[in-house]
Design a binder for this molecule. Structure first.
Ligand code: TYD
Ligand code: MG
Length: 453
């Protein structure tokens, strides 16, 4: 059979028939290389008996409906998984190198093992002695977890075949290599092959598998993106360098909601759960500075209060700066444009900085009004009352649109000691009594009511 050439981008896994310097799909340079397709490797002999032969329906490990989940000792992890780990499921945990994936998963291994799952932790990056040292530091050395330091996929599958665990954790997918594939570990073909073999093995044997994947921007090794479609659940572990807390975010989940987050704090003894994240993402509320506004947001199913901080200053440059951390830059531009053309509040010649305190990323449009409030407060040098939360979506016409889960937002604010809220009118009637609620229908009225003199 004539071999067709196959060129693959290491970052986004787009395929090409010829080499080129730049990937047209993701725009990265020098990420395209020739890959031998996975299917062209010689057939494996060691697991040959069952290869290619169909399995009878009744031979499959029976699945309960709805699946019986195992809950770990970590409430935050259970929440992100959609209520616990589903048997035979494949979970991918991606994140930047050094963010704490190995720490999280070693703790999860101990937690699931204590919850009754037979667990094996396969490390391709560290020797077993190093993993044990880490476990001692995390105070989980007594947990009934088995360790293996392996990178050869065939050896790993053989080990799993003998051990028959309920859960296997593979750290990381980029270090695994299959001798069926002719390219280097970490290449797109290897990562795909390893993921494919492990997930199919897991489904066949009724074992859950958690794969760790490094996300890299430089395209040196294939990112977890290329295997997202092969797994049931994709979690991203994120955090800002310099901040101690970490967020585990579900971006895909066949067995639960997405956009759910779990909040952890990196301590000297590993990751600790943060049960009340609202308190973490707010600064000192005693004397709020101009430009600081509290937004009552929703992350997944959970309300979360966050402090938005804005700074507006005369620009020394010919082109004024717009700098935003933790929010969408184009959304900021839109709000500035609405303030300028609908409410007559110009920002020309002014540098604008917007920051979400604590390093959290906010993606809800419901934050629009709080952003506008922070910008106006900074521009007018006029602080909002410290007991007030703000939320609402702004449309291009300057009208304010009601947002979902109003009641949850207000409840969370009340729980944390806030006593008033500014929100769009027109939402559903609320029987909330504790909070003083001011409703506004459009941004011009808001500007007049709050900042007019
Ligand atoms: P690690 O889990 O090795 O990251 P990854 O697997 O994502 O590459 O974590 C690395 C960082 O975590 C490292 O910089 C040190 C820090 N850390 C702590 O602060 N406390 C701890 O208890 C542990 C184990 C790690
Ligand atoms: Mg690691």
């Amino acid at each position: 059979m004539a071999k067709t050439k196959n060129f693959v981008c290491k970052t986004c896994a787009s395929t090409y028939t010829k080499w080129s310097g730049k990937c047209d799909s993701c725009g990265e340079w020098n990420t395209i290389s020739e890959e031998i397709p996975f299917s062209s490797g010689p057939p494996s002999k060691s697991l040959g008996a069952k290869r290619g032969s169909p399995i009878a329906l009744f031979d499959l490990a029976t699945e309960e409906d709805p699946p019986k989940r195992t809950r770990s000792g970590s409430g935050e992890l259970n929440r992100v998984l959609g209520g616990g780990l589903v048997p035979s499921s494949a979970v991918l945990v991606g994140g930047d190198p050094g963010i704490g994936k190995s720490t999280l998963l070693l703790q999860a291994a101990a937690s699931f093992a204590r919850a009754g799952l037979k667990t094996i932790y396969v490390s391709g990056e560290e020797a077993s002695a190093q993993v044990r040292m880490r476990a001692r530091r995390l105070g989980i050395q007594e947990a009934p977890v088995k360790l293996a330091a392996e990178t050869n996929l065939r050896d790993i599958l053989t080990t799993l075949e003998i051990e028959k665990p309920d859960l296997a954790i593979i750290d990381s997918i980029q270090t695994m290599w299959s001798d069926n594939v002719d390219s280097a570990p970490g290449s797109v073909s290897q990562v795909r092959a390893a993921c494919h073999e492990l997930t199919t093995f897991a489904k066949r044997k009724g074992m859950a598998v958690i794969l760790v994947g490094h996300v890299t921007k430089d395209g040196q090794i294939a990112g977890p993106r290329v295997v997202e479609h092969m797994v049931d659940t994709v979690l991203y572990f994120e955090g800002e360098r310099g901040h101690q807390f970490r967020i585990l975010r579900a971006v895909k989940n066949r067995y639960g909601p997405t956009d759910e987050i779990g909040v952890f704090e990196m301590t000297g003894k590993g990751l600790a759960e943060v049960k009340n994240p609202s308190a973490l993402f707010m600064g000192d509320r005693e004397n709020p500075a101009p430009g600081s506004v509290v937004f009552s947001g929703i992350e997944g199913t959970r309300p979360m209060l966050v402090e938005l901080q804005a700074l507006v200053a005369p620009s020394p440059h010919s082109q004024a700066r717009r700098t935003v951390v933790g929010w969408d830059g184009s959304r900021l531009a839109m709000i500035l444009a609405v303030l300028e053309s609908r409410c007559g509040v110009p920002f020309t010649g002014l540098d604008v900085y917007l920051n979400v305190a604590g390093g959290l990323r906010v993606s809800e449009p419901a934050a629009d009004l709080a952003v506008a409030a922070a910008l106006l407060s900074a521009r007018e040098d006029h602080s909002l009352p410290s007991d007030t939360v703000v939320f609402g979506e702004i449309s291009l016409s300057g009208a304010l649109r009601p947002v979902g889960q109003t009641e949850n937002r207000l409840k969370e604010a009340e729980k944390l000691g806030f006593s008033s809220a500014i929100m769009p009118s027109g939402g559903k009637k609320l029987d909330q009594t504790g909070m003083k609620i001011s409703t506004v229908s459009d941004l011009t009225t808001f500007v007049k009511d709050v900042f007019g003199d």
